[in-house]
Design a protein around this ligand. Structure first.
Ligand SMILES: [Zn+2]
Length: 194
């Protein structure tokens, strides 16, 4: 921390922990954080590390207010599908480095982005559609999505074979059962690694 105030030039700055109030949408929120205050002119500033801590504290409060996924959850979802940060930025149509900032906790994701991320986290088909829509080439992610498909196929086959062996199901019931199994497995497979 520099001791010289950029406003008045006096070497009378000290660090203090104080409430910081800000508006988010219709609401007002308050956080406590470290700031630098000038004893001569009263100017309050965030110097050095204080600035990034302040940025993160505001983002954390907004995530709490909006019920958003945490940076760790965002990272886990990304890693689960082997997506790169740039992949998700393209898939969600957000600017360069946006996902990176969300994952570092510097900026909160929008509620709309958060909703879409939750959907893709439990729906591999949505993840695949967004990936294809953005024209992303990512062999590792493609392999994970193929594994999820393969798991669903394998389990559906096992369960349907067991149904056929033990009963006398009609084709309509089997089809309905197959759809049910594929959904359940794909959601399950999508959530397992989270
Ligand atoms: Zn000053």
């Amino acid at each position: 921390m520099s001791d010289i105030c950029v406003e008045c030039g006096h070497a009378t700055q000290t660090e203090q922990v104080a409430p910081f109030e800000f508006r988010h949408g219709q609401k007002t929120a308050t956080i406590q954080d470290s700031q630098t205050v000038c004893g001569s002119c009263g100017t309050v500033s965030y110097v050095g590390e204080q600035a990034s801590r302040h940025e993160r504290a505001v983002a954390a409060k907004i995530r709490e207010m909006d019920g958003l996924l945490s940076p760790e959850e965002l990272r886990n979802i990304r890693i689960k599908y082997a997506f790169r940060q740039t992949d998700l930025e393209a898939m969600l149509s957000v600017g360069p480095k946006t996902w990176t900032r969300w994952e570092r906790g510097k900026v909160p994701q929008s509620k709309a982005a958060d909703t879409l991320i939750r959907v893709l986290s439990t729906n591999p088909d949505v993840a695949r559609d967004l990936m294809q829509g953005a024209g992303i080439e990512n062999p590792a992610a493609a392999a994970i999505l193929a594994d999820i498909d393969e798991d669903a196929r394998r389990l559906a086959t096992e369960v349907l074979q067991a149904d056929i062996a033990t009963g006398s199901p009609d084709a309509g019931r089997l089809a309905a059962r197959a759809v049910e199994i594929v959904w359940a497995v794909r959601h399950g497979a999508g959530m397992k690694a989270a």
